[in-house]
Design a protein around this ligand. Structure first.
Ligand code: KG4
Ligand code: ZN
Length: 337
């Protein structure tokens, strides 16, 4: 086996242009993220066309900075890992084209990475001892998956959302109470000043699969509550709405996840994705895992939201397995895990 595998990783699936250099899957030498959030905030959400254009403007300098901060040149790079799906097609194409161009010009092998596999692999970076198998909850703006990680890069999805993703629900409720985009961090902050038991919002169960999620009913319940208050001329306590909504999401995510961990006979559990940086969610998992004797893993917030270090971690294990992509690698917006 090669002594040092140094991966240049590229991520451009949504609204962050990111590049990182990761050694042997777990050592992050650099992790550069150029966020477009401020730009999209003007429109209340990600505008795909703007995202693609910004990625094109930024990608070269983000990669150069990542190499520079890591103290390496392309000659030190063993493989280039790039997110090729799922995500916004125009945004993904920028990263994929860039990776293919560098690979073609230098002969460095190309490894396409699944974005969600990246999110899950973020856990390997700060928990050097973590190895599969374990159960992982992936909760981001586009996905809410409960996954058994059987081996590196080998996943079995046991639960998924039937409608909105958890992050999407945060974003929509935030918009409804006038907090703007992105909603998750804003609700997280405001909820600290509110009473999580002030309003009882529904905790949906899906009859056919107890590990599936559904958040659209909760979102509608919040909207109905806000409309009801408006019609009755009652003042809305934004902090109470934020805290009560957040509690409902956290309760469902914790209950489904930890039920699955026990039912499938595991003793390790990890969280991943943008929503995994939510402070109430982390706190609840911390407490509940301890009670049940489950080891709990979570990435730092900067590794929960979109970044390229996680793509470098996932890409490393794909590289070890011998995965190599050709110059026909394409962006796959609905790539399955
Ligand atoms: O993983 P991510 O950066 O992008 C996707 O792959 O979707 O996740 C972004 C999502 C957004 O919906 C955002 O509102 C949510 O993660 N998010 C949070 C928090 N930080 C980000 N949700 C709840 N609490 C947070 N602190
Ligand atoms: Zn993501």
């Amino acid at each position: 086996m090669e002594e040092n595998v140094t991966i240049l990783a590229i991520e451009s699936s949504c609204d962050e242009t990111a590049a990182a250099v990761v050694r042997n899957g777990r050592d992050v030498l650099s992790n550069v993220i150029s966020s477009q959030i401020a730009l999209h905030t003007l429109y209340g959400g990600v505008v795909p066309e703007i995202a693609s254009r910004k990625h094109i403007e930024k990608i070269n300098q983000v990669i150069e900075q990542a190499l520079q901060e890591a103290g390496v040149t392309l000659q030190d790079i063993t493989a280039i890992a790039v997110t090729y799906g799922p995500g916004l097609v125009g945004a993904l194409l920028v990263g994929v084209s860039e990776a293919k161009a560098i690979s073609f010009a230098t002969g460095i092998p190309l490894v396409g990475v699944h974005h969600i596999s990246g999110h899950i692999s973020a856990n390997y970076i700060e928990h050097k001892e973590l190895e599969p198998p374990f159960v992982c909850l992936v909760a981001s703006g586009g996905h809410s998956h409960l996954v058994i990680v059987r081996d590196y890069g080998v996943y079995e999805i046991i639960g998924r959302t039937r409608d909105d993703a958890a992050g999407e629900a945060f974003d929509k409720v935030a918009r409804a109470i006038g907090l703007g985009y992105p909603g998750g961090p804003k609700i997280d902050k405001l909820a600290r000043e509110g009473n999580p038991d002030a309003i009882v919002f529904p905790r949906a169960k899906v009859a056919e699969n107890k590990y599936d999620f559904s958040f659209s009913g909760l979102k509608s319940a919040v909207l109905n509550y806000l409309n009801g208050c408006q019609m009755k001329g009652e003042e809305v306590c934004q902090a109470d709405v934020a805290a009560s909504f957040q509690k409902a999401v956290v309760d469902v995510l914790v209950e489904h996840s930890l039920h699955a961990v026990k039912a499938f006979g595991y003793d390790k559990f990890a969280i991943a994705g943008g929503v995994a940086s939510n402070s109430a969610l982390r706190g609840a998992f911390e407490t509940e895992c301890q009670k049940r004797g489950i080891a709990f893993y979570h990435p730092s917030p900067i590794l929960c939201t979109d970044n390229a270090a996680m793509i470098g971690a996932a890409g490393y294990y794909e590289y070890l397995k011998g995965v190599r992509h050709g110059y026909d690698l394409n962006a796959v917006p609905n790539l399955q895990l």
